[in-house]
Design a protein around this ligand. Structure first.
Ligand code: UGA
Length: 434
Protein backbone atom coordinates (compact mmCIF):
# COMPACT_ATOMS: atom_id res chain seq x y z
CA UNK A 1 0.00 0.00 0.00
CA UNK A 2 1.19 3.53 -0.64
CA UNK A 3 1.08 5.62 2.49
CA UNK A 4 2.13 9.11 3.56
CA UNK A 5 3.20 10.20 7.02
CA UNK A 6 3.08 13.92 7.75
CA UNK A 7 5.47 14.92 10.52
CA UNK A 8 8.75 13.11 11.11
CA UNK A 9 9.05 13.51 14.85
CA UNK A 10 9.31 10.51 17.04
CA UNK A 11 5.88 9.02 16.31
CA UNK A 12 5.91 9.83 12.59
CA UNK A 13 9.33 8.38 11.95
CA UNK A 14 8.65 5.18 13.86
CA UNK A 15 5.28 4.79 12.11
CA UNK A 16 6.71 5.46 8.64
CA UNK A 17 9.75 3.23 9.09
CA UNK A 18 7.80 0.32 10.57
CA UNK A 19 5.12 0.43 7.85
CA UNK A 20 7.91 0.44 5.23
CA UNK A 21 9.33 -2.61 7.00
CA UNK A 22 6.02 -4.45 6.46
CA UNK A 23 6.32 -3.84 2.72
CA UNK A 24 4.45 -0.58 2.15
CA UNK A 25 5.71 2.32 0.05
CA UNK A 26 6.05 5.16 2.55
CA UNK A 27 6.72 8.85 2.01
CA UNK A 28 7.40 10.97 5.07
CA UNK A 29 6.66 14.67 4.78
CA UNK A 30 8.19 17.37 6.94
CA UNK A 31 8.43 21.15 6.57
CA UNK A 32 11.93 21.16 8.07
CA UNK A 33 14.16 21.17 4.99
CA UNK A 34 17.38 20.48 6.86
CA UNK A 35 15.88 17.44 8.55
CA UNK A 36 14.48 16.10 5.28
CA UNK A 37 17.87 16.51 3.57
CA UNK A 38 19.52 14.74 6.46
CA UNK A 39 17.10 11.79 6.18
CA UNK A 40 17.49 11.69 2.40
CA UNK A 41 21.23 11.36 3.02
CA UNK A 42 20.56 8.33 5.23
CA UNK A 43 20.87 9.99 8.64
CA UNK A 44 18.23 9.37 11.24
CA UNK A 45 17.46 12.45 13.37
CA UNK A 46 16.34 10.68 16.56
CA UNK A 47 17.82 8.14 18.93
CA UNK A 48 15.66 5.05 19.26
CA UNK A 49 17.14 1.58 19.73
CA UNK A 50 16.64 -0.66 16.68
CA UNK A 51 15.13 2.06 14.49
CA UNK A 52 18.29 2.92 12.58
CA UNK A 53 18.64 -0.62 11.19
CA UNK A 54 15.09 -0.55 9.83
CA UNK A 55 15.55 3.01 8.57
CA UNK A 56 18.71 2.08 6.64
CA UNK A 57 17.23 -1.10 5.17
CA UNK A 58 14.01 0.52 4.01
CA UNK A 59 15.61 3.63 2.54
CA UNK A 60 18.20 1.51 0.73
CA UNK A 61 15.56 -0.90 -0.59
CA UNK A 62 13.50 2.05 -1.81
CA UNK A 63 10.42 1.74 0.39
CA UNK A 64 11.03 4.82 2.57
CA UNK A 65 11.18 8.31 1.07
CA UNK A 66 11.29 11.88 2.35
CA UNK A 67 10.04 15.18 1.01
CA UNK A 68 9.14 18.69 2.14
CA UNK A 69 6.26 18.84 -0.34
CA UNK A 70 2.88 17.74 1.01
CA UNK A 71 1.48 17.47 -2.51
CA UNK A 72 4.33 15.24 -3.68
CA UNK A 73 4.26 13.19 -0.46
CA UNK A 74 0.58 12.27 -0.64
CA UNK A 75 0.52 11.46 -4.35
CA UNK A 76 -1.15 8.07 -4.78
CA UNK A 77 -1.35 7.51 -1.01
CA UNK A 78 -4.40 5.58 0.16
CA UNK A 79 -3.81 6.55 3.75
CA UNK A 80 -2.22 9.66 5.24
CA UNK A 81 -1.01 9.63 8.83
CA UNK A 82 -0.88 12.93 10.69
CA UNK A 83 1.88 12.68 13.29
CA UNK A 84 2.26 16.33 14.16
CA UNK A 85 3.17 18.03 17.41
CA UNK A 86 0.41 19.01 19.83
CA UNK A 87 2.32 21.12 22.35
CA UNK A 88 0.49 22.20 25.49
CA UNK A 89 -0.90 25.71 25.07
CA UNK A 90 -0.71 28.32 27.84
CA UNK A 91 -3.91 26.89 29.41
CA UNK A 92 -2.69 23.28 29.43
CA UNK A 93 -4.80 22.07 26.50
CA UNK A 94 -3.19 20.57 23.40
CA UNK A 95 -2.55 23.15 20.67
CA UNK A 96 -3.98 21.88 17.36
CA UNK A 97 -2.59 24.54 15.06
CA UNK A 98 -0.15 22.22 13.21
CA UNK A 99 -2.74 19.49 12.65
CA UNK A 100 -5.45 21.86 11.48
CA UNK A 101 -3.04 23.69 9.17
CA UNK A 102 -2.16 20.41 7.42
CA UNK A 103 -5.86 19.43 7.32
CA UNK A 104 -6.62 22.75 5.61
CA UNK A 105 -3.81 22.19 3.11
CA UNK A 106 -4.94 18.63 2.36
CA UNK A 107 -8.50 19.49 1.29
CA UNK A 108 -7.76 20.88 -2.18
CA UNK A 109 -5.00 18.40 -3.05
CA UNK A 110 -6.73 15.07 -2.32
CA UNK A 111 -7.35 13.46 -5.70
CA UNK A 112 -9.01 10.16 -4.77
CA UNK A 113 -10.71 8.52 -1.76
CA UNK A 114 -8.22 8.73 1.12
CA UNK A 115 -8.18 7.82 4.80
CA UNK A 116 -6.63 10.54 6.96
CA UNK A 117 -5.44 9.24 10.31
CA UNK A 118 -4.81 11.20 13.51
CA UNK A 119 -1.80 9.53 15.10
CA UNK A 120 -0.94 12.37 17.45
CA UNK A 121 -2.41 12.49 20.94
CA UNK A 122 -5.31 14.86 20.42
CA UNK A 123 -8.23 16.06 22.55
CA UNK A 124 -11.60 14.40 22.20
CA UNK A 125 -13.42 15.90 19.23
CA UNK A 126 -10.32 16.63 17.14
CA UNK A 127 -11.28 14.20 14.37
CA UNK A 128 -14.45 16.25 13.83
CA UNK A 129 -12.35 19.40 13.52
CA UNK A 130 -9.93 17.74 11.09
CA UNK A 131 -12.85 16.42 9.04
CA UNK A 132 -14.41 19.88 8.86
CA UNK A 133 -11.10 21.52 7.88
CA UNK A 134 -10.52 19.05 5.03
CA UNK A 135 -14.15 19.13 3.88
CA UNK A 136 -14.01 22.90 3.30
CA UNK A 137 -12.03 22.42 0.09
CA UNK A 138 -12.15 18.69 -0.69
CA UNK A 139 -13.57 17.51 -4.01
CA UNK A 140 -13.28 13.76 -3.30
CA UNK A 141 -14.57 11.44 -0.58
CA UNK A 142 -12.40 10.86 2.47
CA UNK A 143 -12.58 9.48 6.02
CA UNK A 144 -10.89 10.71 9.18
CA UNK A 145 -9.77 8.01 11.60
CA UNK A 146 -8.36 8.24 15.12
CA UNK A 147 -5.57 5.73 15.64
CA UNK A 148 -3.68 6.57 18.86
CA UNK A 149 -0.19 5.22 19.41
CA UNK A 150 1.01 3.38 22.50
CA UNK A 151 4.76 3.53 21.87
CA UNK A 152 7.19 3.76 24.72
CA UNK A 153 10.41 5.59 23.99
CA UNK A 154 13.29 3.15 23.98
CA UNK A 155 11.16 0.19 22.90
CA UNK A 156 9.06 1.93 20.26
CA UNK A 157 9.98 -0.43 17.42
CA UNK A 158 8.95 -3.47 19.43
CA UNK A 159 5.77 -1.75 20.64
CA UNK A 160 4.91 -0.86 17.05
CA UNK A 161 5.68 -4.24 15.50
CA UNK A 162 4.09 -6.27 18.31
CA UNK A 163 1.36 -4.07 19.78
CA UNK A 164 -0.74 -5.32 22.72
CA UNK A 165 -3.66 -3.93 20.72
CA UNK A 166 -4.41 -1.52 17.91
CA UNK A 167 -7.15 1.02 18.58
CA UNK A 168 -8.98 2.38 15.55
CA UNK A 169 -11.73 4.95 15.81
CA UNK A 170 -13.93 5.09 12.74
CA UNK A 171 -17.46 4.28 11.76
CA UNK A 172 -16.68 3.93 8.05
CA UNK A 173 -16.52 0.35 6.72
CA UNK A 174 -14.28 1.48 3.90
CA UNK A 175 -11.77 2.96 6.34
CA UNK A 176 -12.02 -0.10 8.62
CA UNK A 177 -11.14 -2.33 5.69
CA UNK A 178 -8.06 -0.30 4.70
CA UNK A 179 -6.85 -0.04 8.29
CA UNK A 180 -7.30 -3.78 8.85
CA UNK A 181 -5.19 -4.54 5.78
CA UNK A 182 -2.49 -2.13 6.86
CA UNK A 183 -2.22 -3.53 10.40
CA UNK A 184 -2.71 -7.21 9.48
CA UNK A 185 1.04 -8.06 9.57
CA UNK A 186 1.29 -6.65 13.11
CA UNK A 187 -1.59 -8.56 14.68
CA UNK A 188 -0.83 -12.05 13.48
CA UNK A 189 -0.35 -13.36 17.02
CA UNK A 190 -3.98 -12.69 17.77
CA UNK A 191 -3.46 -9.32 19.43
CA UNK A 192 -6.68 -7.48 18.65
CA UNK A 193 -7.58 -4.54 16.48
CA UNK A 194 -10.26 -2.79 18.51
CA UNK A 195 -12.67 -0.74 16.43
CA UNK A 196 -14.69 2.01 18.08
CA UNK A 197 -16.00 5.48 17.40
CA UNK A 198 -13.54 8.35 16.96
CA UNK A 199 -14.21 10.05 20.30
CA UNK A 200 -13.76 6.86 22.29
CA UNK A 201 -10.46 6.21 20.49
CA UNK A 202 -9.26 9.72 21.26
CA UNK A 203 -10.19 9.33 24.92
CA UNK A 204 -8.62 5.84 25.11
CA UNK A 205 -5.18 7.33 24.57
CA UNK A 206 -5.55 9.83 27.42
CA UNK A 207 -7.18 7.26 29.67
CA UNK A 208 -4.28 4.81 29.13
CA UNK A 209 -1.55 7.34 29.89
CA UNK A 210 -3.41 8.91 32.81
CA UNK A 211 -4.12 5.48 34.29
CA UNK A 212 -0.44 4.49 34.07
CA UNK A 213 0.65 7.82 35.58
CA UNK A 214 -1.86 7.24 38.38
CA UNK A 215 -0.60 3.69 38.93
CA UNK A 216 2.98 4.95 39.31
CA UNK A 217 1.88 7.81 41.53
CA UNK A 218 -0.12 5.48 43.76
CA UNK A 219 3.03 3.41 44.27
CA UNK A 220 5.05 6.53 44.96
CA UNK A 221 2.61 7.44 47.71
CA UNK A 222 2.74 3.90 49.11
CA UNK A 223 6.54 4.29 49.08
CA UNK A 224 6.34 7.55 50.99
CA UNK A 225 4.14 5.83 53.55
CA UNK A 226 6.48 2.81 53.72
CA UNK A 227 9.29 5.08 54.85
CA UNK A 228 7.14 6.35 57.71
CA UNK A 229 5.77 3.01 58.92
CA UNK A 230 8.96 0.97 58.52
CA UNK A 231 7.86 -1.09 55.49
CA UNK A 232 9.66 -1.84 52.20
CA UNK A 233 7.93 -0.75 48.97
CA UNK A 234 9.65 -3.48 46.95
CA UNK A 235 8.03 -6.15 49.08
CA UNK A 236 4.66 -4.41 48.90
CA UNK A 237 5.04 -4.16 45.11
CA UNK A 238 5.64 -7.90 44.81
CA UNK A 239 2.81 -8.56 47.22
CA UNK A 240 0.25 -6.68 45.21
CA UNK A 241 1.65 -7.08 41.67
CA UNK A 242 1.11 -10.83 41.70
CA UNK A 243 -2.64 -10.17 41.87
CA UNK A 244 -3.50 -10.39 38.18
CA UNK A 245 -6.13 -7.70 38.62
CA UNK A 246 -3.34 -5.28 39.54
CA UNK A 247 -0.50 -6.59 37.36
CA UNK A 248 3.27 -6.46 37.84
CA UNK A 249 4.13 -3.65 35.49
CA UNK A 250 4.35 0.07 36.17
CA UNK A 251 4.49 -0.42 39.91
CA UNK A 252 8.04 0.78 40.44
CA UNK A 253 8.30 3.62 42.91
CA UNK A 254 10.87 6.30 42.22
CA UNK A 255 11.42 10.02 41.90
CA UNK A 256 8.42 10.57 39.68
CA UNK A 257 7.42 10.10 36.07
CA UNK A 258 8.59 12.45 33.34
CA UNK A 259 8.86 12.52 29.56
CA UNK A 260 6.90 14.14 26.82
CA UNK A 261 3.71 12.14 27.34
CA UNK A 262 2.51 11.45 30.88
CA UNK A 263 2.86 15.00 32.26
CA UNK A 264 1.31 16.58 29.17
CA UNK A 265 -1.50 14.05 28.82
CA UNK A 266 -2.53 14.06 32.48
CA UNK A 267 -2.71 17.85 32.32
CA UNK A 268 -4.66 17.81 29.05
CA UNK A 269 -7.17 15.25 30.37
CA UNK A 270 -7.75 17.36 33.48
CA UNK A 271 -8.33 20.32 31.16
CA UNK A 272 -10.81 18.42 28.97
CA UNK A 273 -12.67 17.39 32.12
CA UNK A 274 -12.79 20.97 33.41
CA UNK A 275 -14.06 22.19 30.04
CA UNK A 276 -16.89 19.72 30.39
CA UNK A 277 -17.67 20.94 33.93
CA UNK A 278 -16.23 17.82 35.50
CA UNK A 279 -13.56 17.98 38.19
CA UNK A 280 -11.33 14.92 37.67
CA UNK A 281 -10.01 14.96 41.22
CA UNK A 282 -7.57 12.03 40.97
CA UNK A 283 -5.67 13.74 38.18
CA UNK A 284 -5.13 16.88 40.23
CA UNK A 285 -3.64 14.78 43.01
CA UNK A 286 -1.48 12.82 40.58
CA UNK A 287 0.04 16.02 39.20
CA UNK A 288 0.66 17.46 42.66
CA UNK A 289 2.21 14.28 44.07
CA UNK A 290 4.44 13.78 41.04
CA UNK A 291 5.72 17.35 41.25
CA UNK A 292 6.83 16.81 44.85
CA UNK A 293 8.18 13.34 44.19
CA UNK A 294 10.76 14.54 41.68
CA UNK A 295 12.86 16.33 44.29
CA UNK A 296 11.92 14.06 47.13
CA UNK A 297 15.52 13.18 47.96
CA UNK A 298 16.73 16.77 48.23
CA UNK A 299 15.51 17.32 51.83
CA UNK A 300 17.25 14.05 52.82
CA UNK A 301 20.41 15.28 51.13
CA UNK A 302 20.19 18.63 52.87
CA UNK A 303 19.56 16.96 56.23
CA UNK A 304 22.46 14.55 55.74
CA UNK A 305 24.79 17.52 55.25
CA UNK A 306 23.24 19.31 58.25
CA UNK A 307 21.43 21.85 56.11
CA UNK A 308 24.61 23.05 54.44
CA UNK A 309 25.09 22.02 50.83
CA UNK A 310 27.12 25.09 49.92
CA UNK A 311 30.34 24.02 48.21
CA UNK A 312 29.37 20.34 48.23
CA UNK A 313 29.93 18.39 45.03
CA UNK A 314 27.12 16.00 44.11
CA UNK A 315 27.70 13.34 41.46
CA UNK A 316 24.60 12.61 39.40
CA UNK A 317 24.08 9.35 37.55
CA UNK A 318 21.44 9.66 34.86
CA UNK A 319 19.81 12.68 33.25
CA UNK A 320 17.30 11.24 30.76
CA UNK A 321 13.74 10.85 32.05
CA UNK A 322 14.19 7.08 31.75
CA UNK A 323 16.80 4.66 30.32
CA UNK A 324 17.34 4.01 26.61
CA UNK A 325 16.45 7.52 25.55
CA UNK A 326 18.19 10.88 25.27
CA UNK A 327 14.92 12.64 26.09
CA UNK A 328 15.09 15.07 29.02
CA UNK A 329 11.63 16.57 28.76
CA UNK A 330 10.15 16.88 32.27
CA UNK A 331 13.08 14.77 33.48
CA UNK A 332 13.42 14.63 37.29
CA UNK A 333 17.17 15.27 36.79
CA UNK A 334 16.50 18.85 35.72
CA UNK A 335 14.47 19.60 38.83
CA UNK A 336 17.14 18.06 41.03
CA UNK A 337 19.93 20.02 39.35
CA UNK A 338 18.04 23.28 39.88
CA UNK A 339 17.39 22.44 43.52
CA UNK A 340 21.02 21.49 44.17
CA UNK A 341 22.43 24.59 42.48
CA UNK A 342 19.97 26.71 44.40
CA UNK A 343 21.33 25.26 47.65
CA UNK A 344 24.88 26.13 46.59
CA UNK A 345 26.05 22.63 45.59
CA UNK A 346 27.87 21.81 42.36
CA UNK A 347 26.87 18.89 40.13
CA UNK A 348 29.02 16.58 38.01
CA UNK A 349 26.81 14.40 35.87
CA UNK A 350 27.01 11.37 33.62
CA UNK A 351 24.38 9.94 31.30
CA UNK A 352 25.10 7.63 28.36
CA UNK A 353 22.77 9.48 25.95
CA UNK A 354 21.31 12.68 27.35
CA UNK A 355 24.31 14.86 28.27
CA UNK A 356 24.22 16.76 24.96
CA UNK A 357 20.65 17.93 25.53
CA UNK A 358 21.33 19.01 29.12
CA UNK A 359 24.44 20.89 28.02
CA UNK A 360 22.38 22.74 25.42
CA UNK A 361 19.90 23.71 28.11
CA UNK A 362 22.24 24.50 31.00
CA UNK A 363 25.59 25.31 29.42
CA UNK A 364 28.32 24.94 32.00
CA UNK A 365 26.17 25.36 35.08
CA UNK A 366 27.10 21.73 35.77
CA UNK A 367 29.98 19.55 34.59
CA UNK A 368 29.66 16.44 32.43
CA UNK A 369 31.95 13.45 32.57
CA UNK A 370 33.06 10.76 30.13
CA UNK A 371 32.00 7.89 32.33
CA UNK A 372 30.09 7.34 35.57
CA UNK A 373 33.23 6.98 37.69
CA UNK A 374 34.74 10.28 36.64
CA UNK A 375 31.61 11.98 37.99
CA UNK A 376 32.40 10.56 41.44
CA UNK A 377 35.91 12.05 41.73
CA UNK A 378 35.95 14.06 44.96
CA UNK A 379 32.15 14.07 45.18
CA UNK A 380 30.51 14.36 48.58
CA UNK A 381 27.62 12.08 47.58
CA UNK A 382 26.08 10.25 44.64
CA UNK A 383 22.52 10.94 43.50
CA UNK A 384 21.03 8.34 41.14
CA UNK A 385 18.27 9.71 38.92
CA UNK A 386 17.89 7.34 35.95
CA UNK A 387 18.03 3.54 36.12
CA UNK A 388 20.44 2.88 33.23
CA UNK A 389 21.40 -0.82 33.51
CA UNK A 390 25.12 0.01 33.67
CA UNK A 391 24.54 1.65 37.08
CA UNK A 392 23.05 -1.53 38.54
CA UNK A 393 26.26 -3.46 39.15
CA UNK A 394 29.02 -0.88 39.45
CA UNK A 395 32.54 -1.48 40.69
CA UNK A 396 32.01 -0.52 44.32
CA UNK A 397 35.74 -0.68 45.16
CA UNK A 398 36.41 1.88 42.48
CA UNK A 399 33.53 3.98 43.74
CA UNK A 400 34.91 3.90 47.29
CA UNK A 401 38.25 5.22 46.11
CA UNK A 402 36.65 8.15 44.27
CA UNK A 403 33.81 9.32 46.51
CA UNK A 404 34.71 11.55 49.46
CA UNK A 405 31.90 10.03 51.54
CA UNK A 406 30.26 6.65 51.18
CA UNK A 407 26.77 8.01 50.75
CA UNK A 408 24.26 7.29 47.98
CA UNK A 409 20.85 8.87 47.35
CA UNK A 410 19.10 6.46 45.01
CA UNK A 411 15.95 7.70 43.27
CA UNK A 412 15.43 4.39 41.44
CA UNK A 413 16.08 1.72 44.09
CA UNK A 414 18.93 0.06 42.18
CA UNK A 415 20.59 -1.71 45.10
CA UNK A 416 19.60 -4.11 47.85
CA UNK A 417 19.54 -2.70 51.35
CA UNK A 418 21.65 -5.50 52.86
CA UNK A 419 24.25 -5.14 50.11
CA UNK A 420 24.62 -1.45 50.89
CA UNK A 421 24.89 -2.20 54.58
CA UNK A 422 27.61 -4.80 53.98
CA UNK A 423 29.52 -2.35 51.80
CA UNK A 424 29.28 0.27 54.53
CA UNK A 425 27.28 2.84 52.59
CA UNK A 426 24.82 5.32 54.01
CA UNK A 427 22.03 4.61 51.58
CA UNK A 428 18.85 6.58 51.03
CA UNK A 429 16.33 5.14 48.56
CA UNK A 430 12.60 5.36 47.86
CA UNK A 431 10.06 3.64 50.11
CA UNK A 432 12.67 1.66 52.05
CA UNK A 433 14.49 2.16 55.31
CA UNK A 434 17.78 4.03 55.42
C1 UGA B 1 4.32 6.49 27.56
C2 UGA B 1 3.40 5.25 27.48
O1 UGA B 1 3.96 4.17 28.25
C3 UGA B 1 3.21 4.81 26.03
O2 UGA B 1 2.29 3.72 25.96
C4 UGA B 1 2.66 6.00 25.24
O3 UGA B 1 2.47 5.68 23.88
C5 UGA B 1 3.63 7.16 25.35
O4 UGA B 1 3.78 7.52 26.73
C6 UGA B 1 3.07 8.32 24.56
O5 UGA B 1 1.98 8.81 24.92
O6 UGA B 1 3.62 8.67 23.51
P1 UGA B 1 6.98 6.91 27.55
O7 UGA B 1 6.64 8.33 27.95
O8 UGA B 1 7.93 6.69 26.45
O9 UGA B 1 5.63 6.12 27.13
O10 UGA B 1 7.60 6.24 28.84
P2 UGA B 1 7.20 5.10 29.88
O11 UGA B 1 8.09 3.93 29.71
O12 UGA B 1 5.76 4.87 29.90
O13 UGA B 1 7.65 5.84 31.24
C7 UGA B 1 7.04 7.06 31.65
C8 UGA B 1 7.59 7.51 32.97
O14 UGA B 1 7.12 6.69 34.02
C9 UGA B 1 9.10 7.50 33.09
O15 UGA B 1 9.50 8.70 33.72
C10 UGA B 1 9.40 6.31 33.97
O16 UGA B 1 10.59 6.46 34.71
C11 UGA B 1 8.19 6.32 34.86
N1 UGA B 1 7.89 5.00 35.47
C12 UGA B 1 7.49 3.97 34.68
C13 UGA B 1 7.98 4.84 36.83
O17 UGA B 1 8.33 5.78 37.59
N2 UGA B 1 7.66 3.62 37.38
C14 UGA B 1 7.26 2.58 36.61
O18 UGA B 1 6.98 1.49 37.19
C15 UGA B 1 7.18 2.75 35.23
Amino acid sequence: MKIAVVGTGYVGLVTGTCFAETGNQVTCVDINQEKVQQMQAGKIPIYEPGLDDLFQRNTQEGRLHFTTSLKEGIEGAKVIFLALPTPPGADGSADLKYILQVANDLGPILSDYTVIIDKSTVPVGTSDKVRAAIAKNATVEFDVVSNPEFLREGVAVEDFMKPDRVVIGTQSDRAKDLMSRLYAPLVRQGNPIIFMDERSAELTKYAANAFLATKITFMNEIANLCELVGANVDEVRKGIGTDSRIGKRFLFAGIGYGGSCFPKDVQALAKTSAENDYEFKILDSVMKVNENQKTKLIPHLAKHFKGDLAGKKIAMWGLAFKPYTDDIREAPALYNIDALLELGASVSAYDPEAMGHVKQLMGDKITFTKNPYEALEGADALLIVTEWPQFRTPDFDRMDSLLKNKVIFDGRNLYELNQMQELGYTYYSIGRQT
